[in-house]
Design a protein around this ligand. Structure first.
Ligand SMILES: [Zn+2]
Length: 426
């Protein structure tokens, strides 16, 4: 595990100006390198099923690549000497980011999931600079030393662990000021410190997550989602209406924009803190956690249009879904299950195991028969096969536990087979 610590910086006025100037320069360079890539791509790409009738008459030029663009930084510093002020590693990070954005758009990430077309960064959209290497012992008291930027004061709200090396640093401009994130390398902690825990009847917990219950454990406990965004929605709307009345490009509008940004920041922080507390609570209760393997983008999204035979559009519950999407995004389930819970579990040395959730909301946790339900049915009502009665999400939690532990399989569990096997045993 690579731990990182975030501190709030207290830069002087001069340092603030300098960092803002750096960010601006980096942003221009980002946009320039992106243009370079788009230009080449538009002139040279050709879809498989269509050959362009009009082709470029410009001399074919070398394809901009990661290393090619990195080399071009030397020329940049000659032509625009003010770029010499920026540290080389910070500039190289821009090339890396352009490369990544472009790769994710054309090829997709490791799982083949493609991102949208990279966008040019407007003012205030480029907020982070990365120092890929730091001088040895950069932290001295309440000051941290950056190459070329010099020493900057920070609020040391907690000490760095003893005997660690600062590998990288990020400086980020947030709504309420500047922050530094120090990425540490601690050789004394092995990479996988997960304890060798054997799953027994009592030491594990299956967790189902959903809209009504944020998490429902197989032990029958449930937790309601906290809707921080919904709570702040009225306040946010008022600020936005006020902001829209103010003329663009003047101070009152900028001030209101800043207040809106701070409110968003507050919502995100409230949610994050709650997630961390909840993860700690769950990990206190069990040694092994089973959670559903959740793909956030599968759960939110637009409904497909539905048509009848005459081509008239039928209701597809799009507006209901949009409310659901909002709640879902507000709760931040995907972030909780995929990031925070895993991070906290790794720190505690306890395993969290992802389970294929297929069928876990439709089957009975007691007899494993399929019991069809509507999304609106909140109770797993007296099962027709075994008569058990449970809250719907708790039922799913128990199933996730059973599937994860390997004492139940829902792979071949469909209604006909389930019934037949029951008849045979009867
Ligand atoms: Zn049953």
């Amino acid at each position: 595990m690579i731990p990182s610590y975030q501190y709030r910086l207290k830069p002087t006025y001069d340092q603030r100006c300098r960092m803002t100037r750096w960010l601006d320069m980096l942003r221009y360079q980002y946009n320039y390198l992106l243009t370079d890539r788009f230009d080449w791509w538009e002139m040279n790409h050709c879809s498989i099923n269509a050959c362009p009738l009009v082709s470029s008459i410009a001399k074919p030029r070398e394809k901009p690549t990661y290393y090619g663009q990195k080399r071009s930084l030397v020329q940049l510093k000659e032509e625009r000497p003010w770029y010499k002020e920026v540290h080389t590693h910070v500039l190289q990070d821009v090339v890396k980011r352009v490369n990544l954005a472009f790769q994710r758009w054309l090829k997709g990430d490791g799982n083949g999931k493609r991102s949208g077309k990279p966008r040019f960064k407007g003012k205030n959209r480029y907020r982070t600079m990365a120092f890929s290497s730091m001088p040895s012992d950069p932290v001295n008291g309440n000051r941290v030393k950056f190459p070329k930027l010099g020493e900057i004061k920070f609020i040391r709200h907690r000490p760095l662990p003893e005997g660690v090396k600062v590998k990288r640093a990020l400086i980020t401009k947030k709504a309420d000021g500047w922050y530094v994130t120090l990425t540490l390398e601690d050789k004394s902690i092995p990479d996988s410190a997960t304890l060798d825990i054997k799953t027994t009847q009592d030491n594990n917990l299956g967790i189902d997550s959903g809209w009504e219950c944020f998490v429902a454990g197989s032990d029958g406990s449930t937790k309601e989602p906290r809707r921080f965004y919904r709570q702040a929605e009225d306040k946010l709307a008022k600020l936005q209406v006020n902001r829209d009345k103010k003329a663009e490009g003047f101070k009152p509008r900028r001030k209101l924009n800043q207040r809106i940004a701070k409110l968003h920041q507050k919502i995100a922080r409230q949610r994050k803190q709650w997630h961390y507390e909840l993860a700690g609570e769950l990990l206190d209760r069990a040694d092994v956690l089973f959670v559903e393997d959740l793909q956030g983008s599968n759960m939110t999204g637009r409904g497909q249009p539905k048509q009848d035979e005459n081509g008239n559009y039928l209701p597809n519950r799009l507006s209901a879904r949009s409310g659901l999407n909002k709640s879902f995004a507000d709760a931040g389930i995907a972030e909780f299950l995929n990031e925070i819970l895993f991070y906290q579990a790794e720190k505690a040395g306890k395993p969290v195991i992802k389970v294929n959730p297929k069928g876990t909301s439709r089957h009975c946790s007691n007899c494993l028969n399929r019991v069809p339900k509507e999304l609106s049915d909140r109770w797993h009502n007296s099962c027709p096969h075994c008569g058990i009665e449970l809250q719907r999400d708790v039922n799913s939690g128990i199933l996730i536990k059973k599937v994860g532990w390997g004492i139940a399989s829902l792979k071949n569990a469909n209604p006909s087979k389930g019934r037949r096997s029951q008849q045979r045993t009867a």
